[in-house]
Design a binder for this molecule. Structure first.
Ligand SMILES: C[S@@+](CC[C@H](N)C(=O)[O-])C[C@H]1O[C@@H](n2cnc3c(N)ncnc32)[C@H](O)[C@@H]1O
Length: 277
């Protein structure tokens, strides 16, 4: 291991394990993804952890799988050949879609990204279409320059995702990210999740949010920023995007979970902004 290698944040590991749980436990998964589990190689009893409880994670594992599925459908349907993942964590699009004619640029903090690179190499899963761009969004707004160094063509469109990241960043950092993406080539699409304020949640969704927030704070990665749908859309318009829409939990449920007889549906607690330059 390199001296700068840092294991992934608990949050990134958790979402990867939830995608694996969804793949293992739920019939007809919306996304089949066990690569993060392979990279993490947790101890055999990982499914017994409280945060992996099948009932507790039901809606959250459905959402975490769905948010990736929404973006991957966007990449496929758009035919756009550059996919930038901001806060990529243990995402495995590049491994699961080896035939897609898409160059994948993964942007994340340097230490965990180095860890991922080493694990991919150890498991023989590295692909040449995958470029790694170590960046801390709070201190380095000019990540497109770093992408360019690795072959990103700023004259061409891209799909840019930011999944499960905005709640950890200051509002200023997110506004800067929006402005940066809005400055990319016309037709570029940003898909960014945001968390609505806790007061907007009720019942099990609210309890899950409170538990997640407490856990994140304990791990030193507190949730610090929340957005209503109007707020997120306004920020995107102010950043200069030409078209802005939001995908609510109910929109995602109607699109990906209609007609299921197992009651599986995404939890409320995170939504998605889709903004086009
Ligand atoms: C909850 S994880 C989500 C990972 C992945 N997008 C997914 O859906 O599984 C949040 C990711 O954001 C990254 N992240 C958080 N703050 C960051 C920052 N300031 N700069 C760069 N990456 C950051 C973390 O390293 C982590 O990989």
């Amino acid at each position: 291991m390199n001296a700068n290698t840092v294991a992934p944040e608990d949050t990134a590991a958790r979402t990867a394990l939830w995608r694996a749980l969804h793949t293992e436990l739920d019939p007809s998964p919306v996304l089949e993804d066990t690569i993060g589990l392979d990279l993490l190689a947790p101890s055999a009893d990982w499914r017994d952890r409280g945060d992996m409880d099948p009932a507790f994670t039901h809606g959250m594992r459905a959402w975490v799988a769905t948010r990736s599925r929404i973006v991957e459908d966007l990449v496929r349907d758009s035919g756009i050949g550059q996919y930038v993942l901001l806060g990529s964590g243990l995402d495995s699009f590049a491994q699961r879609h080896p035939d897609a004619a898409v160059t994948v640029f993964e942007v994340d903090e340097p230490g965990p990204q180095q860890w991922k690179r080493e694990r991919l190499a150890e498991l023989g899963l590295h692909t040449d279409r995958q470029r790694f761009v170590p960046v801390d969004f709070e201190s380095d707004g000019d990540w497109p320059a770093r992408l360019r160094d690795l072959g990103f063509d700023t004259a061409r469109q891209a799909v840019v995702s930011s999944l499960g990241v905005s709640m950890y960043l200051t509002r200023e950092a997110t506004a800067a990210t929006l402005a940066t993406v809005a400055g990319l080539a016309p037709g570029t699409v940003l898909a960014m999740t945001y968390q609505p304020p806790t007061e907007q949640l009720s019942g099990a969704d609210r309890r899950a949010r409170e538990i997640s927030m407490a856990g994140a704070a304990r791990n030193g990665t507190p949730f610090i920023s929340f957005y209503t749908a109007d707020d997120a859309a306004r920020l995107a318009r102010e950043a200069g995007f030409a078209q802005v829409r939001v995908i609510s939990t109910d929109d995602a449920t109607a699109r990906y979970f209609a007609g299921r007889d197992d009651g599986l549906a995404p939890a409320h607690g995170e939504e998605m902004l889709v903004a086009t330059v």
